[in-house]
Design a protein around this ligand. Structure first.
Ligand code: SF4
Length: 473
């Protein structure tokens, strides 16, 4: 069985189980207001532009089919990608896990002599804890996506795939900028335009003075070795074009076979994520071009548990994800708890099925239960990932992995035995009626079965059983 993501590095495991973290998040009224407002707005925008496309369902089916094909022949496509990137002047590195990927990137940056890198927003580098690894080597990483910058300056954690600072309102952002942004005007207001201008001034200076950039990638086209990053601010394009050296860290599942396949995802992604008809900044590059853009390009292909996900025929559909975040915005659980409660860098419904598979289900055992199984995520997903099916699959895996019998399994075994022995069953019914007479109704079951009755009323045993009624006839 391929290895899962190693412990002690990166951000795939939380410090506490989901129910405990969720309980604390639910007590934060400001957080719930911010989340409710943001997810409702994005959802309405996205729904409107999706409704304009008569072939949306066909596009979803095509996206799903392309991803299934990619996973079925992943080794072949990755080798094709490596050959094309190398032919175009880039260098490809293979990283089995977060430790290897962090080491590769740190060594590459150190070799340039720079002690600072600029970063395009990237889930993969957050997953492996790259900023911390670089800091340990004396290298400062500056996030350039506005929301990521807010999270970094606030010494916070991202709480949404697409809108990492969704839990912050503008007054909080002003406070963070005044506290942590170098050279900020003390008279800064909380007007969105003023906040954006302050970030722009700070970032422009950083772009012009930093020789190395680190990015993620949304897609890589195997036939030509072309990498693609989609973003909506233009800061990503600055990172991808201004520095001398560009290092891209990409999960191995992001490869697509051809440009025709990319066409499908570039229609699905903006409508499902930000509710736009077309993505504002789509940057694509192939290797290096003399005299134009970065003159050294490195592509780090990251596994970190993905081969283990691929080995599970049901679970592997989680690797279809194009990180649009539509499932987060429709999820009644995410909308109330926000992203931090999930512990992993991947929050919401997709996080609940992807993180436990990358780490092994025992390291994120509470996440498959962080759902009401309402199915809204499945309906919203532009590549038709059946998240409810995956949640149930992982719950079953978790139960099967538990060697100790649970209170529930003991109770079920006892019930099965009693039902198989008529005399014992009749005695159990009499005992249940005695409990009723003793007035225990509504007080729940005693430990260890009390957990079952925390959220349910214990049914009242009937005054007369069917057996009694039958016997008296
Ligand atoms: S699972 Fe589907 S809806 Fe959720 S982020 Fe991934 S692609 Fe988007």
């Amino acid at each position: 069985m391929p290895a899962t993501a190693p412990r002690g590095v990166g951000h795939l495991r939380g410090d506490e189980p989901f129910p405990a973290a969720a309980r604390r998040a639910l007590a934060d009224a400001q957080l719930r207001r911010n989340l409710g407002h943001a997810t409702t707005t994005i959802r309405a925008k996205s729904g409107a532009v999706i409704g304009e496309l008569p072939d949306w369902e066909q596009l979803r089916a095509a996206g799903s089919a392309i991803k299934a094909d990619v996973l079925a022949r992943l080794p072949e496509l990755l080798e094709q990608l490596e050959a094309a990137v190398t032919a175009a002047g880039g260098t490809v590195h293979w990283a089995a896990d977060a430790v290897a990927a962090n080491q590769i990137v740190t060594d590459l940056v150190a070799a340039t002599g720079s002690d600072r890198v600029i970063k395009v927003k990237s889930m993969a580098t957050q997953e492996i804890g790259l900023n911390e690894a670089l800091a340990a080597a004396g290298i400062t990483a500056v996030e350039t996506d506005l929301a990521e910058l807010i999270v970094q300056l606030g010494e916070d954690r991202p709480s949404h795939i697409l809108v990492p600072a969704i839990h912050r309102n503008r007054a909080e952002i002003r406070e963070i900028f005044l506290r942590a942004m170098p050279g900020v005007d003390p008279a800064l207001t909380d007007e969105p335009a003023a906040l954006a201008a302050a970030a722009r001034r700070y970032l422009r200076q950083t772009f012009l003075t930093t020789p190395v950039a680190v990015s993620g990638a949304n897609f890589a086209v195997a036939e030509t070795g072309t990498l693609a990053v989609v973003e909506s601010e233009g800061n990503g394009r600055m990172c991808l074009t201004l520095p001398e050296t560009l290092i891209t860290v990409m999960g191995i599942e992001k490869v697509v076979p051809t440009w025709r396949d990319l066409e499908v995802f570039l229609q699905l992604l903006p409508r499902a994520s930000t509710g736009e008809r077309m993505n504002p900044y789509t940057s694509m590059w192939t290797g290096v071009t003399p005299g134009d853009g970065p003159q050294a390009f490195h592509l780090v292909l990251l596994d970190n548990g993905r081969s283990a996900v691929l080995a599970d025929e049901v679970g592997r559909q989680a690797l279809h994800c194009i990180r649009c975040s539509a499932c987060l915005n429709v999820c009644p659980v995410y909308q109330r708890t926000g992203g931090h409660a999930y512990g992993s860098v991947y929050p919401g419904p997709i996080g609940a099925v992807l993180s436990p598979q990358l780490t092994g289900v025992e390291d994120n055992a509470s996440l498959p239960y962080a759902s009401s199984l309402c199915g809204a995520c499945y309906d919203a997903c532009p590549v038709k990932i059946n998240i409810p099916e995956l949640l149930v699959h992982l719950r079953a895996e978790h139960v099967a992995a538990q060697r100790r019998p649970t209170a529930e399994s003991v109770a079920m075994a006892a019930a099965a035995y009693a039902m198989d022995h008529p005399a014992l069953y009749a005695a159990a019914q009499r005992a249940a009626r005695l409990t009723r007479l003793a007035g225990r109704r509504g007080r729940g079951l005693p430990p260890p079965l009390s957990g079952w009755t925390i959220g349910r009323d214990l049914p009242e045993p009937p005054a007369r059983s069917f057996r009694d009624w039958w016997a008296r006839r």
